[in-house]
Write a protein that binds this ligand. Structure first.
Ligand code: SF4
Length: 422
């Protein structure tokens, strides 16, 4: 039940109800149930464990009143900027652009973390919270309890919880699927396999480990540990990410087992948010080796399943240069399979990634357009293509120009893939 307490400088509202489904809209939307502290200078949001999840400045120095900071489960701060709406939406499919504090492949975005008002909130939110607790001394007990618990969740405690999450999953999720944007990257990571099949030369996130599966018992133990770690805030999650880099290669039985465990134990389909979502990565070979039985089952299990496949290029010279050990014939076959799945299953979208870079062989973009343009007589609503710049931390007008040209020509939804960790 919502409860409010305040004085002339501070208003505390417990258990505010945000939207109950993810939506794409040009003003800031908050999801699930959370608590809010509003002062003259800032708005702070807390999840159902009283851990900070969001902060917005209210001083004149804050960049824009509609922009905000998100605190992630991995203990990162992400700054969401509107970037002039139209450009950001066209490029990413979302109205707000996540600006990250670590090196990434974004070719658009600014440097919000250099702004003193942003830096102040990320550095001093907990001190501000302690001062607020002092200022509302004598608040009624639910508010007093909330403040005690929120203050107890210090930056040090949040670091420990992030480390615990990485420990449960067997390592940090270094790259989330691009489709996780549909749920604002609020995904619970469940590792069912580690490593990948190819070990491509160009890839920065690969591990040296050979591809290996988790056992059913290990998966159940992970799900139970995740439930404990997410604690009361599990009620604000309706999405799971089956990791690591090629969960589709784990095979239908293990995928369905993990999916059912997460629905049942984590209660994804009984959360404060409507529906349930499954995300995973796949590869050309794992896709071509997967029969229709898995897709039939996933189509029934989740409201939406998103499978993201790294195709990278339809040009052999480019694949060879990238050190991706697959043939163009297989890429084309995978592309046809993707179209067939997207056509057949209303609750499944298979998306694909292609590389962008200024120094790729001349055949890369023409071969890309042969797939995403010439194979279709009209625009398609499903089967999103993500273009992933190879360069790190180099915003580039030329690349943005090239992206826009490809997007206009593509007959599939086409967006930039900004690499983001959990
Ligand atoms: S691009 Fe994908 S398949 Fe290739 S090494 Fe990286 S994770 Fe593995």
């Amino acid at each position: 039940m919502t409860e409010t307490h305040g004085n002339k400088d501070t208003l505390i509202t417990l258990y505010k109800k945000g939207e109950d489904s993810y939506t794409k809209i040009s003003y800031p939307v908050r999801y699930g149930v959370y608590s809010e502290i509003r002062t003259r200078d800032a708005i702070l949001h807390f999840n159902l464990n009283q851990e900070i999840i969001r902060a917005v400045g209210r001083t004149r120095q804050w960049i824009h009143p509609n922009e905000w900071l998100k605190h992630t489960r991995g203990d990162d701060w992400v700054y969401y900027s509107n970037g002039g709406y139209a450009g950001v939406f066209e490029a990413t499919g979302e109205y707000y652009l996540p600006n990250l504090q670590y090196p990434t492949n974004a070719i658009i975005g600014g440097k919000p973390f250099k702004e003193p008002a942003v830096k102040h909130l990320t550095d001093a939110w907990h001190q501000t919270l302690l001062e607020i607790r002092e200022s509302v001394n004598g608040a009624p007990s639910p508010v007093g309890r909330f403040l005690e618990q929120a203050c107890a969740n210090t930056p040090g405690i949040l670091v420990k919880r992030a480390r615990r999450l990485f420990e449960i999953s067997g390592g940090r999720v270094t790259v989330m699927p691009p489709d996780a944007r549909h749920v604002d990257y609020d995904i619970i990571p469940l590792t069912i396999s580690q490593g990948c099949l190819y070990k491509c030369r160009f890839c920065r996130i690969k591990t040296d480990q050979p591809f290996a599966l988790k056992t059913r018992d290990e998966i159940t133990q992970q799900v139970l540990a995740l439930k404990k770690l997410y604690n009361k805030d599990i009620a604000n999650y309706n999405s799971v990410f089956l990791g690591e880099h090629d969960a589709l290669a784990a095979g239908g039985d293990l995928i369905v087992f993990a999916a059912e465990q997460s629905l049942e134990i984590l209660g994804l389909d009984r959360s404060n948010l409507g529906g349930s979502n499954l995300f995973l990565f796949g590869s050309v070979d794992s896709l071509l080796n997967t029969g229709p039985e898995l897709f039939d089952r996933l189509n029934r299990l989740f409201s939406h399943t998103y499978i993201n496949i790294g195709l990278e290029s339809a040009d052999q010279e480019t694949l060879d240069k990238l050190g991706k050990p697959i043939t163009v014939a297989k890429v084309e076959q995978a592309f046809e399979t993707i179209q067939a799945i997207n056509h057949r299953y209303p609750n499944i979208e298979v998306t694909s990634n292609f590389i962008m870079d200024e120094r790729l062989p001349a055949g890369h973009y023409p071969s890309f357009l042969r797939l995403v343009r010439e194979k279709f007589s009209h625009d398609k609503p499903k089967g999103t293509i993500y273009l992933s710049p190879l360069t790190i931390d180099r915003p580039s007008r030329e690349m943005v120009f090239e992206f826009n040209r490809l997007k206009v020509l593509s007959r599939l939804p086409t967006f930039l893939y900004i690499i983001q960790r959990l």
